[in-house]
Design a protein around this ligand. Structure first.
Ligand code: MOS
Length: 758
């Protein structure tokens, strides 16, 4: 049986197995769960950004119709703080003291008979604030950027020497805006207690983290908390953490002794589930006249909230992207009285890529070298920081295939030279070197006498296709049709899976499903191999193939037995096995406790001594954009985008292409529309609705072409690379570079607004 590496890319476009459930409304999202005797909760949010609460007057709220409880720090029971997990510190438990550190912080919660009664009463809770001196913008002289606490600054060579040897230098400062995840599904929690055990339906990408933090908060054993999330209406990283509203909903349910449901409002989504922080980046690149990079300096500063936040790696990608001998990459944080920062699709890396890929474009004009050619001259054949081989890399093919499909050769390099009527036409491109984070993952597989299989793991599907891809991988390994395989997820009662994040779930879960199904075949084969009358007598796993619901001899495929026959012969109705997957030897980030280090294999000296060490490569990509600019009106349109992506083996081309398109839409939003604007006086977010916060809509997204190149990656048994985030990366610089080509204006500040184009 071939259980190592698929011989070729499998590019089937199986429809989503959960599609019918979704279009018929049968898919149950967290807010769809209801229980008899359920109550509803609503939140009261702080209207100051810093200070303290002098008092809470809950009398009017308490007396309002239907109100069951009003909880504030004045009467909340003690909640315990969870230990930090590998990814980030646990949030401080809510409503434990009188301190306010951001606008929108929860200061009270109301539970009532109906959602309307709860929100009406929430407005009656009177909070007496003592405003403090809020630090709201980076311009404030008291604001000080500090070194990133999560990982050391990265460098190689000597940038001073590099600068001295540079014949051409370009430098610039880039800024990006605060953005909010805005999944369509409003985050919701439904909590109920039974005999001291807590069950929670929660919008999350990380149900085991939610379980662990809830268990710690209420001093329960992990086994006494169950978190379910069979469907989640998008996440983009907002669901990687547990947020205070989840803990508060569980607290409300315990307080009123009934199940409680809370659905956040859209404005609450802007302050309560994290955001992409604004950044300021300084970049300096030195090169020879012939376009050899000799030095890159990249410093990025992201805003952060006053509470501890997770790592925010702006400059991480810079280390791995090009074969430049002298590089320094520094990340800083600037703490402000703003809502919590979270990871949002390619967190930091999308911003860092914007700065570097824009700066390289400037350099290409300085040198008179085509932007693709400039990147090829500095192609990182090996991982440039460690000198180790990539597990696989097809970035060169991304450039070539993408350029061909786009028609890059039609580009007149002269700025402002291409026109279509009143529109200036611009072509721009950007390269992407990305990574994925693979964590340990478990799965369980059951084979039944009727030749059907049930496979499960407590992972989540954000809507991107986990159900479907895992069904396909299980079916393939077991040699069954997809209609005979059911894949289930979204429940902490199932084997433990990591977060759907870091672009790592398909790698981790797919490998676990594969390994578990291989083990299942092996166990079934064991039964037949002991049977002297069986054609499989004496066979080991390497002697057989699983196909068509049967295990057959590899040397003589007509001889074999069906799963049903073997199980029946063994006197079994079904057979269940547990299995797992672990990051490969090279996924060393785990050792040093940082997602950052593992993602791009900045494993430095620690593993260089290991034989056969390779850097587990994530996805690579080349993004090509055509824009139209009306210089009189300052209008910018993205006419088309071509994305060539090395995603390793593509399990389902239809879903994978959708992923890249979705990321591209996010990239267009980042480049042209999205910006959460805070009132510099109060810290209130002024545009916290879908009416005011602009996202890309259909009219902004015209023609997206996606092509996959590359080969199965040997770093994992299924050959895949994570693509959850790479689709967003590179779009913003490709657009900005196209704008420069069209207009001669170098835009270094996102989003690109009309005023910058007039
Ligand atoms: Mo993503 S920011 O890893 O959900």
């Amino acid at each position: 049986m071939t259980v190592t590496q698929p011989a070729e890319l499998v590019r089937t476009g199986l429809d989503r197995v959960d599609g019918p459930l979704k279009v018929t409304g049968a898919a149950r999202y967290p807010s769809d769960f209801s229980f008899p005797n359920m109550a509803y909760a609503a939140l009261v949010r702080s209207t100051i950004a810093a200070g303290r609460i002098a008092g809470v007057d809950a009398r009017r709220a308490q007396a309002a119709p239907g109100v069951l409880a009003v909880i504030s720090h004045e009467n909340a029971p003690k909640l315990h703080r969870a230990r930090r997990n590998w990814l980030m510190p646990a949030p401080a438990p809510p409503l434990q003291n009188d301190e306010i550190d951001h606008y929108g912080q929860y200061v009270a919660m109301v539970a009532a008979e109906t959602p309307q009664q709860a929100s009406a009463a929430a407005r009656l809770v009177e909070i007496d604030y003592v405003p403090g001196d809020a630090l709201l913008t980076g311009d404030d002289p008291r604001a000080k950027a500090r070194s990133n606490p999560y990982f050391v600054d990265m460098k190689r060579g000597d940038v001073k020497d590099g600068l001295a040897s540079a014949e051409v230098t370009v430098a610039g400062t880039y800024t990006t805006a605060d953005q909010t995840h805005n999944p369509l599904g409003l985050f919701a929690t439904v909590a109920h207690w039974e005999s001291g055990k807590l069950t929670v339906h929660d919008s999350t990408q990380n149900p085991f983290l939610v379980r662990d933090v809830l268990a710690a908060s209420f001093k329960l054993s992990k086994d006494d908390v169950r978190v379910l999330v069979p469907f989640v209406g998008g996440g983009f990283g907002a669901g990687l953490r547990i947020w205070p509203h989840t803990i508060l909903t569980a607290l409300a349910a315990r307080t009123v002794g009934r199940p409680v449901k809370l659905v956040l409002s859209r404005p609450e989504m802007f302050t309560g589930v994290g955001h992409r922080p604004s950044t300021v980046q300084h970049v300096r690149i030195g090169a020879t006249r012939s376009g050899e990079l000799v030095t890159i300096e990249h410093e990025g500063t992201a805003t952060a909230s006053m509470a501890s936040d997770a790592p925010y790696p702006i400059t991480m990608g810079t280390i791995a992207a090009y074969a430049c001998p002298n590089v320094v990459a520094r990340d800083k944080r600037l703490r402000l009285n703003i809502p919590r920062v979270a990871h949002m699709r390619a967190p930091g890396e999308a911003e860092g890529n914007f700065a570097i890929e824009s700066m390289l474009d400037e350099l290409s004009y300085e040198l008179g070298i085509d932007p693709i050619e400039l990147r090829l001259r500095n192609y990182a054949e090996v991982h440039p920081q460690t000198g180790l081989e990539w597990s696989s890399k097809a970035l060169r093919e991304c450039y070539r295939v993408g350029a061909e499909r786009f028609g890059w050769s039609d580009r007149d390099p002269e700025v402002g030279s291409m026109r279509d009527g009143r529109w200036l036409v611009g072509y721009g491109m950007a390269g992407v070197t990305f990574g994925h984070y693979q964590a340990k993952c478990e799965a369980r597989a059951t084979l039944r006498r009727d030749g059907s299989a049930l496979v499960c793991s407590g992972a989540t599907d954000m809507g991107t296709g986990t159900y479907t891809a895992m069904t396909q991988l299980a079916a393939e390994t077991l040699g069954l049709g997809v209609e005979s395989v059911e894949f289930d997820l979204g429940d902490t009662a199932m084997p433990q899976a990591p977060q759907a994040g870091g672009s790592g779930l398909t790698v981790a879960l797919g490998s676990a499903v594969h390994n578990t199904c291989v083990e299942l075949v092996r166990r079934v084969l064991d039964i037949a191999a002991k049977d002297e009358g069986s054609p499989l007598y004496g066979c080991g796993i390497e002697d057989v193939v699983a196909e068509g619901g049967r295990i057959v001899r590899a040397d003589e495929p007509s001889r074999g037995k069906s799963y049903g026959e073997i199980l029946t012969g063994g006197g079994l109705d079904e057979l269940t096995v547990d299995g797992d997957s672990s990051p490969s030897r090279a996924e060393m980030g785990v050792l040093v406790g940082s997602i950052v280090v593992s993602r791009l294999g900045r494993i430095g000296r620690r593993v260089v001594g290991r034989s056969n060490a390779v850097v587990p490569a994530g996805a690579f990509g080349a993004r090509f954009v055509e824009v139209r600019v009306d210089p009189e009106l300052g209008l910018l349109r993205v006419a088309r985008v071509v994305s060539a992506i090395d995603a390793g083996r593509v399990v389902n081309e239809k879903l994978a292409a959708s992923q890249i398109m979705g990321g591209t839409v996010g990239g267009i939003g980042m480049a042209m529309f999205e910006e959460a604007i805070s009132d510099p006086g109060t810290g209130r977010i002024a545009n916290a609705t879908f009416g005011d916060y602009l996202v890309a809509v259909n009219a902004d997204v015209l023609n997206l072409d996606v092509v996959f190149v590359g080969e199965p990656d040997p770093d994992n048994p299924i050959g895949v690379k994570g693509i959850g985030e790479v689709g967003l990366v590179g779009i913003a610089p490709a657009i900005a570079n196209a704008v420069y080509h069209a207009t001669g204006r170098r835009i270094r500040s996102l989003p690109i607004t009309i005023d910058q184009l007039l």
